[in-house]
Design a binder for this molecule. Structure first.
Ligand code: FUL
Length: 685
């Protein structure tokens, strides 16, 4: 025993005094936040009354009898999430329509009055068990806005909300995240149809006490909303973080659902006072809920891959949504696509070329903080520079020339996010070539670039809040991925297909069948003047690689259309260019079709620049044969259009029309209605 102690003392003495770690740069993450950072990638499930009413935002007056999944299987959800590499599932326990997936004691508007399992079912419990079985964490989405509850807008509703949260956070085991949605019709900003009461989002919900309740019941959970307090919304529903993404936020200036949030706060703030990292949420389809008409609009692998690199690769967590279908299953197509993503990610990061390279750093703090620490997976091992040394160069020398196209770096965020600016250069025959001039790194930063043949990389931290820390560096060569064709169309109906940045072949069909290299080869713009489904595929003859399939519904050409406002700019609403728009002066747009056509619906695309005004959220659509006598054909709301400004498709029974008009009855900011593109649907299904 004595000998052992002596040996231990000798070893300690030889190693000399340990070097102290760098002091933290505040703010720093809490224990719960650090555990959350490790998850990185998890799934969302939107499934409840909207699934059956075919809506994105139900009105709250739906009948619980309509909730009737025929083959609900939460094990299938968990299995898919697990196999896709996700670490947890967040479920919409209650969405804006107020319907509850658990038999809450505080409302009749729940599964207990549905035919599903004769009213004896509890979906939250079923998901809990499935998550348990597959080793996943479970999170709860809870909408503060409630279009069903009679007392919404009064203090009694806040008691209801607390009671329900108490049920959800006590009866279903450990919850990793509580997701509070900022969407709310009460401000007039979103213009809810059945629930329009004004609530002051800052004070009405009494957030301090709600947060305290969650912390008491689930101390390990992180709370999500626009401004945190623990995890913040990324500011869009496209799943993209920003080139500069700080985990720091001026948290006390932000509250859930504040209109200026996306523009001002979503990318975080260098001088932010609190650690409130970003979570990027996105649906695998255009909408959050299942709609059969989106079965062919599931995101393609290149789209999903862009999301991955632009979220996880930019210091954000990624939350991908499955709109579970009416059977109660993740649709086959969604499963196929999410599995393609996980396979591709594994391929992209299969071999870390940094592991065999020789690494050196212009400065090292001392023992325990050497540059070699960036090659191991141990969380608490990292490279650090001496205090005050901001500018640092890390050299990665490969044993032989390598072709590379990915670079990954992670800061040791337990001590705060420090790096403000960095560069990555590659040594080629031409000397040192700049690959990327970047800003933030944070929990993880991945750079994607064209293949470069190189002997060495130079990663230079050019500016930081204090001497930097890096816990991991990786270098990879991801296999090339052929992207599907992009479609453009002009007013005459001419369709152009191309694969940006490449000269590969394109094949297409117009009959709804899947194209192959035996289909029509695209040579020049194709005139399409009727409702068809165009499908196209890219093919690289050099490698034999085929892309995913582009599926696009195309309708009649707009060659004869005219806006009757006599304002040249108004033509932008029917020019087939999604990037131009017209902001009306009278909240409406009237179009002369130039001939009588049977129409079965219309499409409205809001302005695509996020901060543009006049996004229509309530509308009436009218048709006319003579331009004088008008009949209403559809009246309603475009739900969630502000946060998710996708094309809206509204169908009705076929009607003959020479003229049509879309009138804004409300816009998201109260300004005059804007139109990026209007279209009609002539196909009868
Ligand atoms: C939004 C909601 O309005 C959508 O319906 C969806 O739940 C999305 C995740 O958040 O704010």
């Amino acid at each position: 025993m004595k000998k052992c102690l002596l040996l231990f003392l000798i070893v300690c003495a030889c190693q000399g005094p340990g070097v102290a770690p760098p002091a933290p740069v505040y703010p720093i993450p809490s224990e719960a936040q650090l555990a959350w950072h490790d998850l990185e990638y998890y799934g969302f499930v939107h499934f409840n009354m909207n699934t059956f009413s075919d809506m994105e935002w139900g009105m709250g007056d739906e009948d619980p009898a309509d909730f009737n999944p025929t083959a609900l299987d939460t094990r299938q959800w968990a299995k898919v999430a697990k196999e896709a590499g996700m670490k947890g599932i967040i479920i919409t326990a209650k969405h804006h329509d107020g319907f509850c997936l658990w038999p809450s004691a505080y409302t009749e508007h729940s599964v207990k009055n549905s035919p599903w399992k004769d009213g004896k079912g509890d979906l939250i419990q079923e998901l809990r068990e499935a998550c348990e079985e597959f080793g996943l964490k479970m999170g709860i989405y809870y909408s503060p806005w409630d279009r069903n509850h009679a007392e919404y807008g009064t203090p009694a509703y806040i008691t209801y909300m607390r009671n329900q949260l108490t049920e959800l956070l006590t009866n279903y085991g450990e919850i990793f995240e509580v997701w509070f949605d900022g969407a709310n019709g009460g401000t007039g900003f979103y213009g809810g149809a059945n629930e329009n009461r004004y609530v002051d989002k800052l004070t009405y919900y009494d957030w301090p006490n709600i947060y305290a309740l969650v912390r008491e019941l689930q101390p390990g959970a992180v709370l999500f909303s626009d401004g945190g307090p623990d995890v913040r919304w990324v500011g869009n529903e496209e799943g993209y973080a920003y080139e500069t993404t700080w985990s720091n936020l001026m948290r006390d200036s932000v509250y859930a659902g504040m209109p200026e949030y996306p523009e001002k706060y979503a990318s975080g703030q260098e001088a932010g006072t609190h650690w409130v990292p970003a979570e990027a949420d996105v649906s695998i389809r255009p909408g959050w809920y299942y709609h059969e008409y989106e079965d062919h609009k599931v995101k393609t692998l290149p789209q999903l891959l862009d999301i991955y690199y632009n979220s996880i690769g930019r210091n954000a967590a990624l939350l991908i949504n499955f709109p579970v279908d009416r059977r109660g299953l993740i649709h086959e197509k969604d499963v196929e696509q999410i599995m393609k993503l996980s396979t591709k990610i594994k391929e992209d990061f299969a071999v870390d070329l940094a592991q065999k390279a020789k690494l050196s750093a212009s400065n090292e703090r001392g023992r325990g903080f050497e540059i070699k620490q960036v090659l191991n997976e141990e969380k608490n091992k990292y490279w650090a520079a001496e205090d005050g040394v901001i500018h640092n160069e890390i050299l990665i020398q490969f044993p032989k020339k390598q072709s590379i196209n990915r670079f990954m770096a992670q800061e040791h965020i337990a001590l705060g996010q420090r790096v403000k600016a960095f560069t990555l250069e590659a040594k080629t025959e031409k000397g040192w070539e700049l690959i990327h001039n970047g800003t933030t790194i944070g929990a993880k930063r991945i750079l994607r670039f064209e293949d470069v043949d190189t002997d060495a990389l130079r990663f230079t931290i050019t500016d930081a809040k204090a001497s930097p820390t890096i816990s991991r560096i990786g270098v990879y060569h991801a296999p090339a991925l052929l992207i599907e064709p992009v479609l453009e169309r002009d007013k005459s109906g001419a369709v152009t297909l191309n694969v940006p940045g490449s000269n590969v072949d394109i094949y297409y069909t117009l009959d709804g069948s899947n194209p192959s290299i035996n289909s029509i080869k695209y040579e020049r713009p194709v005139m399409v003047d009727q409702a068809v489904q165009l499908r196209a595929i890219s093919h690289d003859p050099a490698t034999g690689q085929l892309s995913e399939i582009l599926v696009q519904d195309v309708d009649i050409a707009k060659a004869k259309w005219k806006v009757i406002h006599n304002i040249p700019n108004a033509e932008k609403a029917i020019d087939e260019d999604p990037n131009t728009f017209w902001q009306s002066t009278g909240d409406e747009l009237t179009v002369d079709l130039g001939e009588i056509i049977t129409i079965h619906g219309f499409t409205y695309l809001p302005p695509q620049n996020r901060y543009m005004s006049g996004v229509i959220n309530r509308y009436v659509f009218q048709s006319s044969m003579d331009g004088r006598n008008w009949t209403d054909r559809a009246l309603g709301e475009f739900s969630n259009i502000y946060n998710n400004p996708i094309e809206q498709t509204i169908r009705f029974d076929g009607v003959d029309a020479r003229y049509f008009r879309l009138r804004a009855l409300g816009t998201t900011d109260g300004l005059k209605g804007s139109f990026a593109e209007l279209g009609v649907i002539t196909r009868d299904n």
